[in-house]
Design a binder for this molecule. Structure first.
Ligand SMILES: Nc1ncnc2c1ncn2[C@@H]1O[C@H](COP(=O)(O)OP(=O)(O)O)[C@@H](O)[C@H]1O
Ligand SMILES: C[C@@](O)(CCOP(=O)(O)O)CC(=O)O
Ligand SMILES: [Mg+2]
Length: 400
């Protein structure tokens, strides 16, 4: 085993799709989620002749740097973070970071959250001897659209900073191009990514960072991660309404509603839990091939959950429109992630003709939406050689 200290490294992590259980999972209910083959990529380069740390985020047009000597003075306030049980910033730590980043209180803008999450992870993980680094993060995922870009971002940063600071070993080579960490190491990466998610989401359930870390498909409840080893092949259409939204604001809105109407809304949370359970049951009995009846159940579950999520106030007219367009062709859709705009998932039954899917995609793009036809399940956080990175990723990471 060798450490990566002093070496350039490339990391990637997948986005996710939540089949069922978004929002309810924040309140201890079951969610089913899977990795997506849209990934976030990170390049970390040690800065030999420099005394700064630089973060470059081309998707959002952010490029910032700090003098290590200024940051070093803040380390004592973060040095217990690495060893404490509860991961996530204290309110004192957040105040320090906001002052450092010049972020006003309550700010939820994209750049502020990304920079605060980076500074939190950098100061907490790298500790005593802050290294001089140049970090670029670029993603194929839409930012803030429900596909877990925040978790993929946090997982990439966590894995890269833990490795660069020698707290994680360089993974054993599975093959020369792409390697993964051991289960124990993935647990550490996931733990720190959850801290990053706390900065971005306020009160995350942890499902998104778990999927970005482990990939595949999993069941998540109250911190317990259960991989679903075999899942039938599910073709889906992902559609981004391009209506911007903030997970942090939507999660807080659901909490307020639950506090205001506990007797009215708790039963809906229980219903969403039962939907996740039923979906998992159907996927398991249909593991070698889903029957027509199985697909009918999956479609009904999608419809019921979409109505529940609307009751919680996380729908949006753009999502209603999307559901109407797909329903007019016999397809069923629900929002995925935090809602309020962002993305929806549509189940593509195998009997649906390609021409119908093309028509649906065409009509959705005429609404101004963006579609991807994909299947669920993608590998979790991985370390790459530069030659194994896809061309668009390497161009964006190097050209940024
Ligand atoms: N590639 C990226 N570059 C910079 N910031 C990112 C990137 N991906 C995610 N983020 C951060 O994550 C936030 C979006 O998180 P969130 O609202 O949870 O939406 P989602 O996770 O569904 O994409 C952005 O506001 C930004 O702070
Ligand atoms: C709404 C929620 O269930 C998922 C949020 O996902 P995203 O950030 O919208 O991709 C929140 C959470 O689980 O932390
Ligand atoms: Mg998120």
């Amino acid at each position: 085993m060798s450490t990566m200290a002093g070496r350039e490294l490339f990391v990637s992590a997948p986005g996710k799709v939540i089949l069922h259980g978004e929002h309810a999972v924040v309140h201890g209910k079951v969610a089913l989620a899977a990795g997506l083959n849209l990934r976030t990529f990170l390049r970390l380069k040690p800065n030999k002749n420099n005394s700064t740390v630089l973060i470059n985020l081309p998707n959002i047009g952010t490029k910032l740097n700090w003098n290590i000597s200024d940051l070093q003075a803040l380390v004592p306030s973060f040095q217990d973070s690495l060893h404490s049980e509860a991961v996530g910033p204290s309110s004192e730590q957040l105040d320090i970071l906001k002052t450092l980043a010049g972020v006003s209180n309550g700010s939820r803008d994209t750049e502020s959250l990304a920079v605060l999450a980076f500074l939190y992870l950098y100061l907490s993980i790298c500790g005593q001897e802050l290294p001089s680094l140049e970090i670029v993060v670029w993603s194929r995922l839409p930012t803030g659209a429900g596909l877990g870009s925040s978790a993929a971002y946090s997982v990439c940063l966590s894995a890269a900073l833990l490795t660069a600071s020698g707290k994680l070993a360089y993974p054993e080579q599975e093959n020369i191009d792409t390697t993964r960490w051991t289960q124990t190491e993935l647990t550490l990466i996931n733990r720190w990514a959850f801290g990053g998610e706390k900065v971005i989401h306020g009160n995350p359930s942890g499902v998104d960072n778990a999927v970005a870390t482990w990939g595949g498909a999993l069941r998540y409840q109250a911190g317990q991660i259960t991989p679903i080893e075999r899942v039938p092949v599910l073709q889906i259409l992902l559609t981004n309404t391009r209506v911007p939204r903030s997970t942090k604001a939507l999660v807080a809105g659901v909490k307020d509603k639950l506090l205001k109407y506990p007797n009215i809304l708790e039963p809906l949370l229980a219903s969403i839990n039962a939907i996740s359970e039923e979906c998992q049951r159907v996927l398991q009995v249909g593991v070698d091939g889903l029957s027509k009846d199985h697909y009918s159940v999956l479609e009904e579950l999608i419809d019921i959950n979409q109505h529940h999520l609307n009751v919680f106030g996380v729908g949006h007219p753009s999502l209603d429109r999307l559901c109407q367009v797909t329903a007019s062709h016999g397809l069923h859709s629900k929002l995925t992630g935090a809602g309020g705009g962002g993305c929806a998932v549509t189940l593509l039954r195998p009997d649906i003709e390609a021409a119908v899917v093309d028509t649906v995609k065409h009509q959705l793009s005429e609404c101004g939406y963006q579609c991807w036809e994909t299947s669920i399940g993608a590998p979790g956080v991985s370390l790459h050689s530069s030659s194994s990175l896809p061309e668009d990723a390497i161009t964006s990471l190097n050209g940024a």
